[in-house]
Design a protein around this ligand. Structure first.
Ligand code: GDP
Ligand code: IMO
Ligand code: MG
Length: 432
């Protein structure tokens, strides 16, 4: 480490939760730096299987300080539930710290998220419906409510109710929305938020102290590069910045503190929600990926769209994040395939593109150009050493490295923590 940022290098659900859980063995602190409970990070280890939405994926390690950074938006009822579930399963949250600068998601944000999606009709984003966009909009337009506001309970209530009144009036008048439930829902949210007061801390200071003491800090991204508000497939994106640059903003550290940035990518590709996805498959192979990879949203249960690995998009993720390592996950899902296609370029208006096209409109029209590689046709889920992988699997990984120009740091061959092939030496982090 000492400061390792883990980012999604595709459209989310790459297996960040698994990778962060694994790396926490070597960490003293883990910080979630953006997103909210649109995220669903799955962790499977000796403590059981956990679907985490707000709590950092290192929470099952009692000695790792788990921080929800200022860049995260928090639905207090969801955080309350997640904490209660963890505690109920014997996982202590004594080391959980929540930034006082983190903004809260309130019932009117969720209502607005649904209204906006309904109004978009066929052009909808396909959001998770968790109020993420409206909560970040309020943050940007300075109408947000923050965790630190809880330190003055009466002021907090007044603030929430004042914003609620304004939003209710707007939603009733402009959208003819029934807003009668909002007051009671806000009361419920206020109660949940108040129960979290003990977790609130000056987290950027805590991270700074950890860095000064030369502790090892992990920064955990949510979503993925192609869902980034600035660098993703706008407007089919989330409302925050999953990319590594934001890890500093969302945790409150300076940019030169980052020592490594690992991009997590599946050995194929998935996307949930609407928006362009050049390598999407609508055939039996896509179905196989969904069935074998169990590609259903951790948060919403929606079917994930599946397709071949897109190396143009992965190269882009390497550039935008400054990736220093790749974590390739779900390699085992391809076990039974005779051949594996991988997209190395796009065709657009008769031209071959090696990079993403400049506009969103053109990205929606590109056609993938594939190379076809032999499959390995054997079960690799029990493999623990790179050299024990079948030759075609090693060739596939090396192909990725050559195309993306980023070394592989780890390979995941199953959802369990131990189903991992670590590539230990920084200077030899290719699959060779
Ligand atoms: P995240 O949002 O990036 O943390 O990813 P999700 O947890 O939403 O989705 C990844 C899914 O794949 C989860 O169900 C994981 O348990 C599972 N998973 C992670 N790595 C592997 C792997 O190498 N092989 C298989 N078969 N499943 C994996
Ligand atoms: P993790 O952290 C995959 C997608 C939604 C939708 C778009 C906007 O588990 O990888 P939003 O509710 O954020 O306004 O929805 O972003 N999306 C995700 N897709 N994984 C996620 O998180 C996602 N979080 C949001 O499906 O297309
Ligand atoms: Mg997920």
């Amino acid at each position: 480490m000492p400061v390792l940022c883990v980012v999604g290098a595709q459209w989310g659900d790459e297996g960040k939760g698994k990778v962060v859980d694994l790396l926490c063995e070597y960490a003293d602190m883990v910080v979630r730096y953006q997103g909210g409970n649109n995220a669903g990070h799955t962790v499977e280890n000796d403590r059981g299987k956990f679907a985490l939405h707000l709590v950092p994926s290192g929470i099952t390690f009692p000695d790792v300080v788990a921080v929800i950074g200022n860049g995260v938006v928090i639905d207090p009822t969801v955080l309350r539930m997640e904490i209660d579930e963890l505690e109920g399963r014997g996982v202590s949250t004594a080391n959980l710290k929540v930034s006082g600068e983190a903004h809260l998601i309130m019932p009117y944000h969720i209502m607005l998220d649904h209204i906006q999606e309904a109004r978009l009709g066929k052009g909808k984003i396909g959001t998770t419906g968790r109020g993420i966009g409206p909560a970040y909009s309020d943050k940007t337009s300075r109408q947000g409510v923050r965790m630190q506001d809880l330190l003055d309970p009466e002021g907090f209530r007044r603030k929430v109710m004042a914003v609620m009144e304004a939003k209710a009036e707007m939603m009733a008048k402009a959208y003819d929305q029934d807003v009668s439930s909002l007051r009671a829902d806000c009361e419920r949210y206020i109660k949940a938020a108040e129960s979290l007061r003990g977790y609130v801390d000056d987290t950027s200071f805590l991270v700074w102290q950890a860095l000064r003491a030369e502790k090892r800090v992990l920064l955990e991204g949510a979503q993925g590069t192609m869902l980034d508000l600035d660098h993703g497939t706008y407007p089919y994106v989330t409302s925050s910045n999953p990319v590594a640059g934001y890890a500093c903003v969302g945790s409150g550290i300076g940019p030169v503190e980052l020592t490594e940035v690992w991009g997590v990518s599946k050995a194929y590709a998935t996307r949930v929600g609407e928006g362009p996805f050049p390598t999407e498959l609508h055939d039996e192979v896509g179905k196989l990926m969904r069935d074998v990879g169990y590609e259903y949203g951790t948060t919403t249960g929606r079917e994930r769209r599946c397709g071949w690995l897109d190396l143009v998009a992965l190269r882009y993720a390497a550039r935008i994040n400054g990736l220093t390592g790749l974590a390739i996950t779900k390699l085992d899902v391809l076990n039974t395939l005779d051949t594996i296609k991988v997209c190395t370029a796009y065709r657009y208006q008769g031209q071959t593109l090696k990079e993403l096209p400049a506009t969103q409109a053109s990205f929606a029209q590109v056609e993938p150009i594939y190379e076809e590689l032999p499959g390995w046709k054997s079960d690799i889920s029990g493999v623990r050493g790179v050299n024990d992988l079948p030759r075609p699997a090693i060739d596939y990984l090396n192909f990725i490295v050559r195309q993306v120009h980023v070394p592989i740091a780890l390979i995941s061959v199953g959802s369990q923590r131990q189903q991992t092939i670590k590539v230990p030496h920084p200077d030899s982090r290719s699959a060779e």
